[in-house]
Design a protein around this ligand. Structure first.
Ligand code: AMP
Length: 193
């Protein structure tokens, strides 16, 4: 099994690169951000609770996303069509990372590596503001971006340390063309399984 976490601040290009990686390595894909937006669009109770936080640029409670991921892991367990899972936007806290390890352990598997996209802050803000013109994401505006970046630095960046300690952290330069960046990702992923 090839289980990968794609990591980096908002606007680093995780979603774009994920599409290429999923195809290349035949992976199931879970984006907790996409899952939460689907709940918001369907106006479920969970979606409404999430929306209040997402619109403020804050993280949703750990257990909310852990439950979403748990359901996907269970569903994938019985599928023979995929060769692993790509996690995008999860784990975002050390508690989530610990929960992910336990969930995978139950299925006899583990994270192969975390690949991190390194992009300077100024570039991130520019990219998100460009994305805001075409996306209908309620959190893609200048005020919320600053809050999302703060949440990232405070709560999510320490997750890298968790994978460094396990020898599973790999960082690539997230600047350049989509193809250049995916080539860099592929060369580190090929080395980690
Ligand atoms: P994303 O699409 O990954 O940028 O996620 C959009 C928003 O959803 C984030 O700013 C958070 O408010 C929320 N979110 C997504 N994934 C998580 C997670 N793993 N933990 C907490 N909040 C999350």
């Amino acid at each position: 099994m090839l289980n990968i976490v794609i990591f980096g601040p908002p606007g680093a290009g995780k979603g774009t690169q994920s599409q290429l990686l999923v195809e290349k390595y035949k992976l199931a894909y879970i984006s907790t951000g996409d899952a939460l937006r689907a709940e918001m669009a369907a106006k479920t109770a969970l979606g409404l609770e999430a929306k209040a936080l997402i619109d403020q640029g804050q993280l949703v409670p750990d257990q909310m996303v852990i439950d979403i991921v748990q359901n996907v892991i269970i569903a994938r367990q019985s599928s023979k069509e995929v060769e692993g899972i790509l996690f995008d936007g999860f784990p975002r806290t050390v508690l989530q990372a610990q929960a992910l390890d336990r969930m995978l352990e139950h299925t006899g598997s583990a994270i192969s590596c975390m690949v991190s996209l390194d992009v300077p802050e100024k570039e991130l803000i520019e990219r998100i503001l460009i994305r805001a013109k075409t996306s209908d994401r309620s959190d893609d505006n200048e005020e919320t971006i600053t809050k999302r970046l703060n949440e990232y630095l405070l709560k999510t960046k320490p997750v890298a340390e968790y994978y460094i300690a396990q020898g599973k952290f790999r960082e690539v330069n997230g600047l350049g063309s989509i193809e250049e960046i995916s080539d860099r990702l592929i060369s580190v992923i090929d080395e980690c399984h």
